[in-house]
Design a protein around this ligand. Structure first.
Ligand code: ADP
Ligand code: ASP
Ligand code: MG
Length: 404
């Protein structure tokens, strides 16, 4: 059997954790399986590297940023290879260049395009345990790229698809996917199974337990995933096309703090303003999420919307530059917001669900700034400081009535 195993940063944070993971890898190897392991950078390494860059430059080039960030994963795989060798087993570490993992050219948020399997296969044939850097790729200029925060999950799924692996296991610091972040909501329930679609929605709305692109890719190539803990033996959560479990109306609550709100105030109330405004942002590839337009009053209107915090600076800059042409009076920014979302495939046909969500926040005294609904989710924009309390309040309300 060929098994792809991915271990996140906290699972390899220090010497003890590295040997713990090495021993878990060896269980499969000793059982006669071929093992390909994807690792993230140790602990807070990626954050520390980001800080280091900031000390040197306020706006470092994206190419050099990826050159720097890709070193974190390289440390992990080399150290793990050493640990396995110390334990007396053959292992080899490879980075994206050595494997031949190519991506689109966008630094910082590249998409995996292709994975060569020859080198990996050759190493497996030599009976090596193969350790591969997560999160990184190589673009057509032969430069390192990174796949976006949390991207090692995507490396693992892509490898599992390319190698036609029999199993793809994602090990992390919680023992599965829960109805809400178990670090925030004590009574969150572990899901035995979850569909790709629900998991994708969850991941895209802020549940960082899986990188959203990894779920997209797993669905596309039919890779069944298991999310498990590297520290316990608990059964994890299986992510797949269809689940046997009886469908619940809602599947969970999640919060996203990587959000900022921009309000363009005092726009002329005439046709074409929204088009003009959002064209500016789409030209810069900036994704806009919740959009709210006020009722026109005395010939003017306001349009507010949310963007990812990493896009805020660029978005505001572009709007400020074109303020006159847009006929806007001013641009306001709120960086301290968060988006809490309720996710569930059964929501479309049930109007009581939104009401219950609003009631939960009312009872907790939390103000709602914006609302957005779709077939399978309801998202509310609130103050960032209320994010955890709101997640708990909403989760508890639905748990109480047996819907979670
Ligand atoms: P890794 O370093 O292993 O990739 P991450 O920090 O990226 O780990 O993801 C695991 C974290 O995801 C958990 O520690 C947990 O706090 C968080 N999380 C958020 N939402 C959920 C959820 N619904 N179920 C499980 N974990 C969640
Ligand atoms: N080390 C990278 C990060 O911190 C990738 C990952 O952990 O998946 O975002
Ligand atoms: Mg992660």
């Amino acid at each position: 059997m060929l098994i792809v195993k991915k271990f996140g940063g906290s699972s390899v944070a220090d010497k003890e954790r590295i040997f713990n993971v090495a021993n878990r890898i060896l269980e499969d190897y000793k059982a006669g399986h071929e093992v390909v392991v994807v690792l993230s950078a140790q602990g807070d390494t990626t954050d520390d590297l980001l800080e280091k860059a900031k000390e040197i430059s306020a706006s470092p080039s994206k190419r050099e940023m990826d050159m720097l960030l890709s070193t974190g994963e390289q440390q992990s795989v080399a150290l793990m290879a050493m640990a396995l060798e110390t334990l007396g087993y053959p292992a080899v570490s490879l980075n994206a260049f050595q494997v031949g993992m190519t991506t689109s050219s966008t630094y910082g948020n590249a998409r995996l395009r292709n994975i060569e399997t020859d080198r990996i296969q050759a190493e497996l044939d030599r009976k090596n345990i193969v350790l591969i850097t997560g999160f990184q790729g190589v673009n057509r200029y032969d430069d390192f790229t990174t796949l976006g925060r949390g991207g090692s999950d995507t490396t693992a799924v892509a490898l599992a698809a390319a190698l036609k692996a029999d199993k793809c296991e994602i090990f992390t610091d919680v023992d599965g996917v829960y109805t809400a972040d178990p670090r925030v909501v004590k009574h969150a329930r572990k899901l035995a199974e979850i569909t790709y679609d629900e998991m994708l929605e969850f991941a895209s709305l802020g549940a960082q337990v899986l990188h959203n692109r990894s779920v997209e890719m797993a669905k596309k190539y039919g890779v069944e995933l298991v999310v498990l803990s590297s520290l316990t033996r608990a059964e994890g959560t299986i992510v797949k096309e269809e689940t046997k479990v009886e469908k619940m109306l809602v599947s969970g609550v999640t919060a996203d703090k990587n959000v900022a709100r921009i309000a363009v105030v005092g726009l002329k109330d005439e046709p074409g303003k929204a088009f003009e405004l959002f064209s500016l942002l789409s030209k810069k590839n900036i994704n806009v999420d919740i959009i709210l337009q006020s009722i026109g009053r005395e010939g003017t209107k306001d349009i507010s919307f949310t963007v990812g915090r990493d896009n805020l600076k660029e978005a505001v800059q572009s709007l400020e530059e074109h303020k006159e042409r847009l006929d806007a009076q001013r641009i306001e920014v709120d960086e301290h917001v968060a988006k809490v979302s309720l996710v569930g495939a059964g929501m479309a046909s049930n109007s009581g669900i939104a009401t219950k969500m609003f009631e939960a926040l009312y009872d907790a005294g939390i103000n709602i700034k914006m609302i957005s609904t779709s077939e399978i989710k309801i998202s509310l924009l609130i103050d960032e400081k209320d994010a955890n309390e709101a997640t708990i309040a909403i989760h508890d309300a639905f748990k109480l009535s047996g819907e979670l």
